[in-house]
Design a protein. Structure first.
Length: 323
């Protein structure tokens, strides 16, 4: 087996591919803008088509488009020849990926695509290819060389096509004013969905489970409330429900070290007045950020009127899978 410096090989590959992307970036022009405008007018779906390595790129770009607000569907060119063209309607817009621009499987479906009356666009390496010349708009992703030392295996060219697909998806996303909230609707599952959808109110301890006493409550009774609710904390509010302070396990340890009489001491004299709060409608991930920044493990949850209504702990966030 030939001895190869793997690190040098990797750096050479990345250098060649980065140069291809730089060239692509410099060549982006009016045709790209026109393509975006055309796709924004699409009343149906953006149909991506490809075969081979370009097929994988087209599939990925389709997935990215769909998840960022541009409904899309991928069709493999070979399957298109055997019935999959049936999903395409006149309202759709077709985006073909083919670096050579001469993929026979795609050329064979051109008559059928044109019969459907939908607009056809392409992303190819060669602007004088059959596919480039026979589509309404063409964007070139031509690279000077592949990263493959034999200039054969699609490497730099596939990277350029993938990057252009991402650029297209993001340009459409921005034009549609696609928001994080919209993104969350498309990604309800997994950790990503939790980060974008899960709110403090979904995890907090509230109602009967919310440990709360008034400032005049004796420490002994406050401890019973802490024990009953099992959260290691009690929130102190006055008669108007205004937040006055908190008392935690840490405060209890300090009281015991000072030999405080729990039967004579009122909670107001030993509570902590510095309290970290969070709105109930805040994203749960914001609670994590506040806790980590302030080195606390519990936050008091308030409503829009700043009235305490619950408690959220780091433990709750860990159980949700966010941490």
């Amino acid at each position: 087996m030939k001895q190869v410096n793997h690190i040098n090989s990797a750096k050479r590959t990345l250098d060649i591919e980065s140069k291809g992307l730089l060239k692509l970036s410099k060549n982006i022009g009016k045709d790209f803008s026109n393509l975006c405008d055309e796709l924004l007018l699409c009343k149906g779906r953006i149909i991506t088509i490809g075969v081979g390595k370009s097929g994988h790129i087209a599939n990925k770009v389709s997935a990215t488009l769909s998840s960022t607000g541009s409904p899309s569907y991928f069709i493999h060119a070979s399957e298109a020849l055997h019935g999959d063209l049936g999903v395409i309607s006149k309202k759709d817009k077709v985006l073909i990926f083919s670096y050579s621009g001469e993929s026979q499987e795609i050329i064979d479906i051109f008559p059928s695509l044109k019969d459907k009356g939908c607009n056809i666009f392409s992303i190819t390496g060669h602007k004088e290819s059959f596919i480039a010349r026979n589509t309404k708009l063409n964007i070139s992703t031509e690279v000077d060389k592949e990263a493959c030392p034999f200039d054969l295996a699609p490497t730099s060219s596939t990277t350029a096509s993938l990057a252009l697909g991402d650029a297209l998806a993001i340009a459409l996303l921005e034009a549609r004013n696609f928001s994080p909230k919209d993104f969350a609707k498309h990604h309800p599952g997994g950790n990503l969905g939790k980060k974008l959808l899960l709110r403090v109110k979904d995890l907090m301890h509230k109602g009967k489970n919310f440990p709360r006493v008034t400032p005049n409550t004796l420490l002994s009774k406050a401890l019973l409330e802490i024990s009953k609710k099992g959260l290691g904390i009690v929130v102190i509010t006055d008669d108007s429900k205004k937040l006055k302070g908190v008392f935690t396990d840490g405060d209890l340890r300090r009281c015991l070290q000072s030999k405080v009489d729990i039967h004579k001491t009122r909670i107001s004299s030993v509570m902590s007045k510095k309290v970290k709060t969070i709105l109930e409608l805040s994203l749960a991930v914001e609670a994590i950020e506040i806790m980590e920044k302030n080195e606390v493990y519990v936050l008091i949850v308030v409503n829009k009127k700043n009235v305490p209504i619950g408690v959220i702990r780091m433990h709750d966030l860990m159980q949700s899978g966010l941490v």
